[in-house]
Design a protein. Structure first.
Length: 448
């Protein structure tokens, strides 16, 4: 067997420990598939540990490991966007390939990191950064390479999906389920990233780039989390045949062809009503799923565990296995190993497009509206008139009996509408004397 592949694992938390365990459990399988011995030579830890194989060097000097002659591939699993960035840049500068699960870092600094890697003829692999164990990066960059992708929609935060599933199915309180997600190793170091949609926005930025061949633009992702979802809305949605899921959408809009600015790409993460019988509506717990609509293939769905030690380690090591082959090519041909690898963002860097990202007011979706009104004659007519004046088509209306002080919740589902039109209509509805509260709105998508 040819020379062994030497790994450094930086950070032995949930994912780092998962990777060590996977290597121990599946070593023979890894060898049989790669034709190489795969050995961990160094681990980056905050302090010395006594549960690590004594043949592995333990160090807190991550920068030294990133440059070590005893390392071929640096696996960054410490998280964060400061030291992790410095360590990765240092590894690249020293000719090391890098594997990372750090979506926050790549969403914010990926353009710079990938350009630096290309300049130094190394690769930064990031399968674990999106949808955990689902090999979605591989699918999008390689499996769908001959397709034009029109849109994708995905459940891309395991913690959020776990919380919403447990709340809906078992009526458990939000904080209680979040604690469990943290104990299970699903949540980010700062769990507000999970529940406020930021983690999903990081992943959506990555998915959109490899779907459409655009630079990473995390700052342009419209982002809403799950903290505002009430059991009341979950139940009304179910009554109307829908389920609320937290989804990320990346949608290519052709525009109306009249030279206005409605052509571009929508990047948004938010709770969404989807039909109960849609496959995505039945993806529960820590599972993630990504639905991709591409031409000529059509819709395909990818599903699996989106977080946790084993699932994420699986993705990290799949990247290592790819890099083992790149290293093999490099051994054979010292000239250029980049030629043997798919581009970081799926399209060759010079061909990335500057298609604009649409602003929130330009985005198009259906809506669920919950309006609270006094139970007086004509109130429903007033609301529907405002919607029809704004050119908004109503798909369904549900009026519940007056529940307190003569107030009635009115639930309205609309067909897709440009957000600016909906904003104006809601402003007018809220000005009616008969309306008692702010209108609650949740986007709705039929996923067709
Ligand atoms: N947990 C998951 O399910 C999951 C899934 C996909 C991606 N990720 C990503 O993987 C990365 C790691 O996540 P995690 O859940 O394993 O986090 P974690 O907090 O469990 O582990 C991080 C580890 O890094 C160590 N560390 C931090 N700074 C260090 C330093 N300077 N020197 C040495 N060690 C240091 C910490 O002590 C900790 O053990 C993050 O970028 C996260 O976003 C996590
Ligand atoms: N905190 C993330 C980890 C996987 O990226 C999640 O719950 O999806
Ligand atoms: Na993945």
């Amino acid at each position: 067997m040819s020379k062994s592949i030497k790994l450094a694992i930086l950070g032995l938390g949930t994912v780092g420990t998962g990777v060590v365990n996977l290597i121990n459990d599946n070593l023979d399988e890894l060898k049989r598939r790669s034709g190489r011995d795969i050995v961990i030579t160094e681990v980056g830890v905050r302090r010395q540990r006594d549960d690590i194989d004594p043949n592995i060097m333990q160090t807190s000097d991550l920068m030294a490991t990133a440059a070590s002659d005893n390392v071929d591939i640096v696996i960054e699993l410490i998280g964060g966007t400061t030291l992790a960035r410095d360590v990765i840049m240092h590894a690249i500068k020293n000719g090391k390939h890098v594997v990372t699960a750090n979506k926050a870092l790549l969403a914010e600094h990926g353009n710079e990191i990938f350009a630096f890697a290309e300049q130094h003829n190394v690769h930064v692999a990031y399968e674990a950064a999106v949808a955990g164990g689902i090999p979605i990066i591989k699918v999008m960059r390689e499996g769908l390479a001959a397709n034009k992708i029109d849109w994708l929609a995905g459940i891309i935060n395991g913690t959020g999906n776990f919380i919403m599933t447990e709340m809906r199915d078992k009526g458990r309180p939000f904080a209680d389920v979040l604690n469990e997600a943290q104990a299970l190793g699903y949540a980010e170091a700062d769990p507000t990233f999970d529940v406020e949609g930021i983690d999903a926005a990081h992943k959506l930025a990555l998915l959109a780039s490899i779907a459409f061949g655009i630079p990473l633009q995390f700052d342009k992702v419209y982002c809403e989390g799950i903290t505002g979802i009430t059991l009341q809305d979950v139940n009304y949605a179910e009554e109307l045949g829908y389920r609320i899921k937290h989804l990320g959408f990346a949608v290519r809009r052709a525009g109306n062809g009249s030279g206005d600015d409605s052509a571009g790409i929508e990047l948004r993460v938010h709770p969404t009503l989807i039909p109960q019988n849609a496959l995505l509506a039945n993806v529960n717990g820590v599972k993630n799923a990504v639905l991709v609509n591409s031409h000529p293939l059509g819709q395909t769905l990818y599903c699996g565990d989106g977080a946790g030690a084993g699932a994420t380690a699986s993705a990290v090591m799949a990247d290592v296995m790819d890099l083992v082959r790149v290293l093999g090519c490099k051994d054979a041909d010292q000239q250029n190993s980049n030629g043997h690898h798919v581009p970081h963002l799926a399209f060759i860097p010079e061909k990335l497009s500057d298609t604009p990202i649409l602003r929130a007011e330009q985005m198009i979706s259906g809506y669920y509206l919950r309006v609270h009104a006094y139970d007086s004659p004509g109130v429903l007519a007033d609301i529907t008139r405002i919607l029809s004046d704004a050119g908004i088509n109503i798909d369904a209306i549900l009026q519940k009996p007056a529940h307190k002080l003569g107030q009635v919740p009115v639930i309205i589902l609309t067909l897709p509408v440009v957000e600016a039109q909906m904003n104006l209509a809601i402003e007018k509805i809220e000005k009616l004397d008969t309306i008692t509260d702010k209108v609650v709105r949740i986007r709705l998508d039929e996923l067709t």
